[in-house]
Write a protein that binds this ligand. Structure first.
Ligand SMILES: Nc1ncnc2c1ncn2[C@@H]1O[C@H](COP(=O)(O)OP(=O)(O)O)[C@@H](O)[C@H]1O
Ligand SMILES: [Mg+2]
Length: 244
Protein backbone atom coordinates (compact mmCIF):
# COMPACT_ATOMS: atom_id res chain seq x y z
CA UNK A 1 0.00 0.00 0.00
CA UNK A 2 2.78 2.38 0.96
CA UNK A 3 6.43 1.93 -0.01
CA UNK A 4 9.03 4.38 1.19
CA UNK A 5 12.49 4.30 -0.40
CA UNK A 6 15.63 6.07 0.81
CA UNK A 7 13.94 9.01 2.49
CA UNK A 8 16.47 11.64 3.44
CA UNK A 9 15.60 14.95 5.04
CA UNK A 10 17.85 17.62 6.48
CA UNK A 11 16.96 20.80 8.37
CA UNK A 12 19.60 23.52 8.11
CA UNK A 13 22.28 21.02 7.20
CA UNK A 14 21.35 18.69 10.06
CA UNK A 15 20.17 15.25 9.04
CA UNK A 16 16.73 14.41 10.49
CA UNK A 17 15.86 11.35 8.38
CA UNK A 18 18.60 9.23 6.83
CA UNK A 19 17.97 6.74 4.05
CA UNK A 20 14.76 5.37 5.48
CA UNK A 21 13.09 2.55 3.53
CA UNK A 22 10.13 0.35 4.47
CA UNK A 23 6.88 -1.06 3.13
CA UNK A 24 3.43 -0.99 4.71
CA UNK A 25 1.11 -3.87 3.82
CA UNK A 26 -2.61 -3.23 3.27
CA UNK A 27 -4.74 -3.70 6.40
CA UNK A 28 -1.75 -3.77 8.71
CA UNK A 29 -1.29 -1.79 11.91
CA UNK A 30 2.28 -0.52 12.05
CA UNK A 31 3.66 1.26 15.09
CA UNK A 32 6.52 3.69 14.49
CA UNK A 33 8.39 3.63 17.79
CA UNK A 34 11.14 5.97 18.86
CA UNK A 35 12.15 8.52 21.48
CA UNK A 36 11.14 12.15 21.28
CA UNK A 37 13.10 13.91 18.54
CA UNK A 38 13.84 10.68 16.61
CA UNK A 39 12.04 11.94 13.48
CA UNK A 40 8.61 10.25 13.69
CA UNK A 41 6.55 13.38 13.04
CA UNK A 42 8.87 14.48 10.23
CA UNK A 43 8.45 11.05 8.66
CA UNK A 44 4.66 11.44 8.60
CA UNK A 45 4.91 14.97 7.24
CA UNK A 46 7.14 13.78 4.42
CA UNK A 47 4.70 10.98 3.54
CA UNK A 48 2.00 13.64 3.20
CA UNK A 49 4.45 15.79 1.22
CA UNK A 50 4.09 18.62 3.71
CA UNK A 51 7.86 18.94 3.83
CA UNK A 52 10.23 18.67 0.90
CA UNK A 53 12.72 15.84 0.76
CA UNK A 54 16.32 15.92 -0.35
CA UNK A 55 16.04 12.40 -1.63
CA UNK A 56 13.63 9.49 -1.71
CA UNK A 57 10.48 8.05 -3.19
CA UNK A 58 7.08 7.52 -1.60
CA UNK A 59 4.85 5.09 -3.45
CA UNK A 60 1.17 5.15 -2.51
CA UNK A 61 -0.36 2.50 -4.72
CA UNK A 62 1.00 3.16 -8.21
CA UNK A 63 1.85 6.80 -7.62
CA UNK A 64 5.13 8.27 -6.47
CA UNK A 65 3.94 11.14 -4.28
CA UNK A 66 7.30 12.89 -4.59
CA UNK A 67 6.95 13.25 -8.35
CA UNK A 68 3.27 13.18 -9.24
CA UNK A 69 1.24 16.19 -10.42
CA UNK A 70 -0.51 18.44 -7.87
CA UNK A 71 -3.85 16.99 -9.06
CA UNK A 72 -2.68 13.43 -8.47
CA UNK A 73 -1.20 14.40 -5.10
CA UNK A 74 -4.58 15.84 -4.06
CA UNK A 75 -6.33 12.70 -5.23
CA UNK A 76 -3.92 10.46 -3.30
CA UNK A 77 -4.17 12.59 -0.16
CA UNK A 78 -7.95 12.18 -0.21
CA UNK A 79 -7.30 8.51 0.65
CA UNK A 80 -4.97 9.35 3.52
CA UNK A 81 -6.37 10.58 6.84
CA UNK A 82 -4.47 11.95 9.80
CA UNK A 83 -5.05 11.90 13.52
CA UNK A 84 -2.84 14.11 15.70
CA UNK A 85 -1.93 14.36 19.35
CA UNK A 86 -3.92 17.57 19.79
CA UNK A 87 -7.05 16.18 18.05
CA UNK A 88 -7.07 18.92 15.37
CA UNK A 89 -10.80 19.50 15.30
CA UNK A 90 -12.58 22.75 14.51
CA UNK A 91 -13.44 23.58 18.10
CA UNK A 92 -16.58 25.63 17.46
CA UNK A 93 -18.09 23.09 15.08
CA UNK A 94 -20.16 20.07 16.11
CA UNK A 95 -18.83 16.52 16.05
CA UNK A 96 -20.96 15.89 12.96
CA UNK A 97 -19.64 18.99 11.15
CA UNK A 98 -16.08 17.97 11.95
CA UNK A 99 -16.71 14.57 10.36
CA UNK A 100 -18.20 16.22 7.28
CA UNK A 101 -14.98 18.24 7.05
CA UNK A 102 -13.32 15.02 5.94
CA UNK A 103 -15.15 15.31 2.63
CA UNK A 104 -14.91 19.06 1.97
CA UNK A 105 -12.47 18.58 -0.89
CA UNK A 106 -15.05 16.84 -3.07
CA UNK A 107 -17.86 19.38 -2.61
CA UNK A 108 -18.45 22.56 -4.59
CA UNK A 109 -17.30 25.66 -2.75
CA UNK A 110 -20.78 27.13 -2.30
CA UNK A 111 -21.89 24.07 -0.32
CA UNK A 112 -18.90 24.47 2.02
CA UNK A 113 -19.62 28.17 2.53
CA UNK A 114 -23.26 27.51 3.38
CA UNK A 115 -22.50 24.37 5.38
CA UNK A 116 -24.93 22.69 3.01
CA UNK A 117 -24.01 19.01 2.97
CA UNK A 118 -25.94 16.41 0.96
CA UNK A 119 -28.15 14.22 3.15
CA UNK A 120 -26.37 11.06 1.98
CA UNK A 121 -23.10 12.51 3.26
CA UNK A 122 -24.65 13.55 6.58
CA UNK A 123 -25.96 10.02 6.96
CA UNK A 124 -22.49 8.62 6.28
CA UNK A 125 -20.93 10.94 8.87
CA UNK A 126 -23.54 9.90 11.46
CA UNK A 127 -22.80 6.25 10.74
CA UNK A 128 -19.09 6.96 11.25
CA UNK A 129 -19.88 8.53 14.64
CA UNK A 130 -21.92 5.47 15.50
CA UNK A 131 -18.96 3.22 14.61
CA UNK A 132 -16.84 5.05 17.20
CA UNK A 133 -19.79 4.98 19.65
CA UNK A 134 -20.35 8.73 19.68
CA UNK A 135 -23.72 9.13 18.01
CA UNK A 136 -25.15 10.72 21.14
CA UNK A 137 -22.80 13.72 20.89
CA UNK A 138 -23.15 14.31 17.13
CA UNK A 139 -24.65 17.76 17.66
CA UNK A 140 -22.35 18.90 20.45
CA UNK A 141 -19.50 21.31 19.80
CA UNK A 142 -16.08 19.71 19.65
CA UNK A 143 -14.72 21.88 22.46
CA UNK A 144 -17.40 20.54 24.81
CA UNK A 145 -16.19 16.97 24.43
CA UNK A 146 -13.58 15.14 26.51
CA UNK A 147 -10.14 14.47 25.05
CA UNK A 148 -10.97 10.83 24.36
CA UNK A 149 -14.24 11.81 22.69
CA UNK A 150 -12.47 14.40 20.55
CA UNK A 151 -9.96 11.82 19.39
CA UNK A 152 -12.84 9.47 18.50
CA UNK A 153 -14.41 12.29 16.45
CA UNK A 154 -11.07 12.66 14.62
CA UNK A 155 -11.18 8.92 13.87
CA UNK A 156 -14.81 9.20 12.73
CA UNK A 157 -13.72 12.04 10.43
CA UNK A 158 -11.15 9.66 8.89
CA UNK A 159 -13.93 7.09 8.39
CA UNK A 160 -16.20 9.71 6.79
CA UNK A 161 -13.29 10.60 4.51
CA UNK A 162 -13.27 6.91 3.47
CA UNK A 163 -9.52 6.95 3.95
CA UNK A 164 -7.59 3.79 3.09
CA UNK A 165 -4.53 4.82 5.09
CA UNK A 166 -4.59 6.46 8.52
CA UNK A 167 -1.48 8.24 9.78
CA UNK A 168 -1.78 8.75 13.53
CA UNK A 169 0.90 10.91 15.16
CA UNK A 170 1.05 10.13 18.88
CA UNK A 171 -2.76 9.90 19.03
CA UNK A 172 -2.81 9.04 22.74
CA UNK A 173 -0.08 11.34 24.06
CA UNK A 174 -2.61 13.83 25.47
CA UNK A 175 -4.88 11.22 27.04
CA UNK A 176 -4.98 9.42 30.38
CA UNK A 177 -3.81 5.77 30.29
CA UNK A 178 -7.27 4.22 30.32
CA UNK A 179 -8.55 6.42 27.49
CA UNK A 180 -5.32 5.75 25.59
CA UNK A 181 -6.10 2.03 25.63
CA UNK A 182 -9.67 2.67 24.46
CA UNK A 183 -8.42 4.67 21.48
CA UNK A 184 -5.77 2.12 20.51
CA UNK A 185 -8.30 -0.72 20.83
CA UNK A 186 -10.64 1.22 18.57
CA UNK A 187 -7.89 1.68 15.97
CA UNK A 188 -7.00 -2.02 16.18
CA UNK A 189 -10.59 -3.05 15.57
CA UNK A 190 -10.97 -0.65 12.61
CA UNK A 191 -7.87 -2.20 11.12
CA UNK A 192 -9.04 -5.78 11.66
CA UNK A 193 -12.72 -5.36 10.85
CA UNK A 194 -12.87 -2.57 8.32
CA UNK A 195 -9.61 -3.02 6.46
CA UNK A 196 -8.12 0.34 7.35
CA UNK A 197 -4.32 0.45 7.10
CA UNK A 198 -2.81 2.25 10.08
CA UNK A 199 0.60 3.77 10.74
CA UNK A 200 0.81 5.05 14.30
CA UNK A 201 3.66 6.99 15.91
CA UNK A 202 4.18 6.16 19.57
CA UNK A 203 6.96 6.73 22.06
CA UNK A 204 5.71 4.28 24.70
CA UNK A 205 7.25 0.82 24.40
CA UNK A 206 4.48 -0.92 26.33
CA UNK A 207 1.75 0.43 24.04
CA UNK A 208 3.78 -0.57 20.98
CA UNK A 209 4.14 -4.12 22.30
CA UNK A 210 0.45 -4.37 23.02
CA UNK A 211 -1.05 -2.91 19.85
CA UNK A 212 -0.35 -3.22 16.21
CA UNK A 213 1.20 -6.08 14.28
CA UNK A 214 4.44 -4.55 13.04
CA UNK A 215 7.02 -2.21 14.54
CA UNK A 216 9.34 0.23 12.83
CA UNK A 217 11.98 1.57 15.22
CA UNK A 218 13.50 4.98 14.62
CA UNK A 219 16.52 6.35 16.43
CA UNK A 220 18.13 9.68 15.55
CA UNK A 221 16.62 9.67 12.07
CA UNK A 222 17.64 6.14 11.18
CA UNK A 223 15.47 3.06 10.84
CA UNK A 224 16.95 0.58 13.32
CA UNK A 225 14.13 -1.96 13.47
CA UNK A 226 11.52 -3.39 11.10
CA UNK A 227 9.80 -6.55 12.34
CA UNK A 228 6.51 -8.10 13.49
CA UNK A 229 5.52 -7.05 17.01
CA UNK A 230 5.40 -10.69 18.11
CA UNK A 231 9.15 -10.99 17.45
CA UNK A 232 10.14 -7.87 19.37
CA UNK A 233 12.91 -8.54 21.94
CA UNK A 234 14.30 -6.48 24.82
CA UNK A 235 17.48 -6.08 22.79
CA UNK A 236 15.45 -4.48 19.96
CA UNK A 237 14.03 -1.97 22.42
CA UNK A 238 17.56 -1.19 23.68
CA UNK A 239 18.61 -0.53 20.06
CA UNK A 240 15.90 2.10 19.71
CA UNK A 241 16.40 3.80 23.05
CA UNK A 242 20.15 3.54 23.72
CA UNK A 243 22.22 6.61 22.95
CA UNK A 244 23.65 6.79 19.43
N1 LIG B 1 10.65 22.57 11.00
C1 LIG B 1 11.79 22.15 11.58
N2 LIG B 1 12.93 22.88 11.49
C2 LIG B 1 14.07 22.46 12.07
N3 LIG B 1 14.19 21.29 12.75
C3 LIG B 1 13.11 20.52 12.86
C4 LIG B 1 11.84 20.90 12.29
N4 LIG B 1 10.95 19.93 12.57
C5 LIG B 1 11.62 18.99 13.28
N5 LIG B 1 12.90 19.35 13.45
C6 LIG B 1 13.93 18.55 14.17
O1 LIG B 1 13.92 17.26 13.62
C7 LIG B 1 14.13 16.28 14.64
C8 LIG B 1 13.00 15.27 14.58
O2 LIG B 1 11.81 15.89 15.02
P1 LIG B 1 10.41 15.16 15.01
O3 LIG B 1 10.16 14.60 13.67
O4 LIG B 1 9.41 16.12 15.54
O5 LIG B 1 10.66 13.98 16.05
P2 LIG B 1 9.61 13.10 16.86
O6 LIG B 1 8.28 13.28 16.24
O7 LIG B 1 10.13 11.70 16.77
O8 LIG B 1 9.64 13.59 18.27
C9 LIG B 1 14.22 17.02 15.95
O9 LIG B 1 15.57 17.17 16.28
C10 LIG B 1 13.58 18.36 15.65
O10 LIG B 1 14.15 19.36 16.44
MG1 LIG C 1 6.48 13.87 17.10
Amino acid sequence: MLVVENLTKTYAGRSVLQNISFAIRPQSFTVVLGPSGAGKTTLMRTILQLVRLEQGRIWFGDHDLTRCSPTQLRASRAHIATVAQQFNLVRRRTALENCLGGRLSELPLWRCWLGHFPLSLQREALLALERVRLLEVAFQRADQLSGGQQQRVAIARALTQRARLLLADEPVASLDPETAHTILQLLTSLCAREGLTIVCNLHQVELARQYGDHVLGIRAGRLVLDKPTAQLTDHDIDCIYSHP
